[in-house]
Write a protein that binds this ligand. Structure first.
Ligand code: AGP
Length: 609
């Protein structure tokens, strides 16, 4: 999604804004632009393509000024082009925007009647014209922005500047994230923390329906009626290095290798070593809540949805509570059967995914309590939930989610063991044994990650294939879905995940010697069944790549390639088996030369519907 950076202070704004935009590149974008108030007037530069294309475009110009706005655009209204790139200008007013203005057609017609002319196909440009229109009628800059936002419908994070008011910037938030950083004689605001971290750790996440009037030394907050709000920035314990590549070729590779640490951090403070029990006090999941539960309902998108699907197997097994799992974009437009005895569990790395937010709002409206499993402290999802179980994966920059997924799984294990114990469904001994398994996972992952070379060898053999099938059964079925998603999103190779028992009902028609079939075949209740499915694929000349913890002659004979996973209780296998699939997708993408961290058409944080 689009990225916004605004700077006002004593230093040159341009390099700070460009650096901030680069740090937001992971959000996904197709063009970028800057607006700086210079001593010679306003300078606006916009370019389709990457930020480096913009930098190249302006490298011989001197654009000096201490106040400015920057933007990376992910096209919604109007194709990616120089003209549609932000910032957009009307007279003295400049606007950058993340989100969608739903009533822009009406507003545009209204403004056209008043004699305004538009140069782009975007919804954003109308905002600049609205503010200009109010300024022309004599309103102050602040009042003009206030009056304009009250006319907008949709989701919008805005940065606004007025050349006639060069001592201030205005930021607006309504359903799209914005964070303000409080530096020394400088203030920087952005769509996400990485753009701010090199300058300050004192930050404030703006709330929906608020406006910030920002100078170098002061921030004033108000609601859309103009009523003043308190300003309480917080200190965040995150370093800029956590959002850098640290010697790895891509963020994705770094984040895959950070998984043992991310899991350790997510477990920390929730494990009671004396009693081998789980403590979820931080999420407020107490005895009373657990005993009132009749149903758990996961809502999420993409990879987080796959964590929810895996969660169904884990929670039903450990607690006996029925679990539903639904993609948030479907849930939000149904009449869902949730009520006061349902716990809706929203899973989201970013905590800003528009569909997931809409789903929890609907669930709450129907009386359900909401627990979120979320990686971003103070994100909208976290704030709107009754309970939050934070994953502590650290900033995830690569568009392809990896360490967030395994940290989400860890949170689900913690939740399931905690509920299972509270309900007496798990004996003390069973819970203690699961506790020991959780503690052992980071070391097992370390061993697994040391076998990256084996994955590279497999990737070399199959990188040029254009279609893959990923198959799993039981708890490995969501792993197959997630493995296929990883491959398609970063390598653009068609990959389909399927429950292995279903292939004879259709997909087996595709199998031939050109179709690599990835099997996730772990020991447990469906192991013999999935071996039968391997036989079916083999009989049709399919090429089999097996990821298994059952290293025996039978499975070796069936497999063209075999990767051996460490042995672990069947319920915990997904947290290990997904990791080589992440590496396989990563290396195939690298071998195909794609933009691994920012794949085409994708955005890290999907803040629009
Ligand atoms: C994962 O690799 C994806 N890029 C995507 O499916 C992602 O998981 C989805 O958009 C949900 O994001 P969230 O976890 O931030 O809500």
């Amino acid at each position: 999604m689009c990225g916004i950076v605004g700077y006002i202070g004593r230093r040159h704004a341009l390099p700070i804004i460009l650096d901030g935009l680069k740090r937001l590149e992971y959000r996904g974008y197709d063009s970028s632009g800057v607006a700086i108030i210079t001593d010679k007037g306003l300078s606006i530069k916009r370019k389709k393509g990457k930020i480096n294309d913009l930098i190249h475009h302006i490298e011989h110009e001197s654009i000096n000024g201490t106040t400015g706005l920057g933007h990376t655009r992910w096209a919604t209204h109007g194709k990616p082009s120089d003209e549609n790139a932000h910032p957009h200008r009307a007279g003295d007013v400049v606007v950058v925007h993340n989100g969608i203005i739903e009533n822009y057609t009406e507003l545009r017609a209204l403004l056209q009647e008043k004699g305004h002319h538009f140069k782009s196909e975007t919804d954003t440009e109308i905002i600049a014209h609205l503010v200009e229109d109010h300024l022309k009628s004599g309103a102050s800059f602040e009042d003009a922005v206030l009056a304009s936002v009250r006319q907008l419908r949709g989701s919008f994070a805005l940065g606004v500047l007025s050349v006639r008011n060069p001592d201030r910037l205005i930021a607006v938030r309504e359903a799209s994230p914005l964070v303000i950083g409080f530096g020394n004689n400088e203030t920087i605001f952005a769509s996400d923390m990485p753009a701010i971290l090199p300058y300050t750790n004192r930050m404030l996440f703006m709330l929906d329906g608020t406006i910030a009037v920002i100078t170098a030394d002061e921030v004033r907050l108000m609601d859309f009626n103009g009523a003043a709000l308190p300003v309480h920035p917080k200190q965040f314990d995150i370093s800029p290095a956590m959002a850098e590549k640290g010697g790895y070729k891509h963020f994705m590779q770094k984040e895959i290798f950070e998984q043992p640490q991310a899991i350790t951090d997510t477990l920390r403070d929730r494990l009671l070593f004396d009693t081998r029990d789980i403590d979820l006090k931080d999420a407020g999941i107490d005895h009373k809540l657990v005993h009132a539960l009749k149903r758990i309902n996961f809502v999420a998108c993409g990879t987080s949805y796959h964590a929810g699907l895996t969660g169904k197997y884990i929670i039903e097994e450990m607690t006996g509570i029925p679990v539903d799992v639904e993609v948030a974009s479907e849930f939000r437009y149904r009449t869902p059967l949730v009520s006061t005895d349902t716990l809706t569990v929203a899973i989201s790395q970013s905590g800003e995914t528009a569909d997931t937010l809409a789903a929890i709002r609907l669930a709450k409206k129907n009386g359900s309590r909401v627990l979120s499993i979320c990686n971003v402290i103070d994100s909208t999802l976290a704030r709107e939930s009754d309970h939050v179980l934070y994953t502590h994966a650290g900033p995830e920059i690569s568009v392809a989610s990896t360490k967030a997924f395994t940290s989400q799984l860890v949170s689900i294990y913690l939740l399931a063991i905690h509920i299972g114990r509270s309900l007496g469904r798990l004996s003390k001994q069973q819970a203690a044994s699961f506790f020991d398994t959780l503690v052992a996972i980071p070391a097992l992952l370390d061993t697994l990650l040391k076998q990256e070379d084996r994955i590279i060898a497999i990737a070399k053999q199959y990188a040029k294939h254009r279609d893959f099938l990923y198959l799993g059964r039981g708890i490995s079925y969501p792993v197959a879905l997630e493995g296929a998603l990883k491959l398609k999103e970063i390598s653009y190779i068609h990959a389909e995940g399927y429950p292995a028992g279903e292939i004879k009902h259709g997909p087996i028609a595709l199998v031939n010697e050109d179709m690599p079939v990835v099997f996730v075949a772990v020991q447990g209740r469906v192991y013999e069944k999935i071996k039968n499915n391997m036989e079916e694929v083999k009989a049709r000349d399919g090429r089999i790549i097996s990821f298994t913890n059952a290293d025996n002659a039978g499975i070796r004979d069936l497999s063209d390639e075999l990767f051996v996973l460490p042995a672990i209780d069947e319920l915990f296998t997904p947290i290990l088996s997904i990791v080589p699939l992440q590496l396989l997708a990563y290396h195939i993408a690298v071998m195909n030369g794609t933009d691994v961290d920012q794949p085409k058409n994708l955005a890290k944080s999907v803040t629009v519907e």
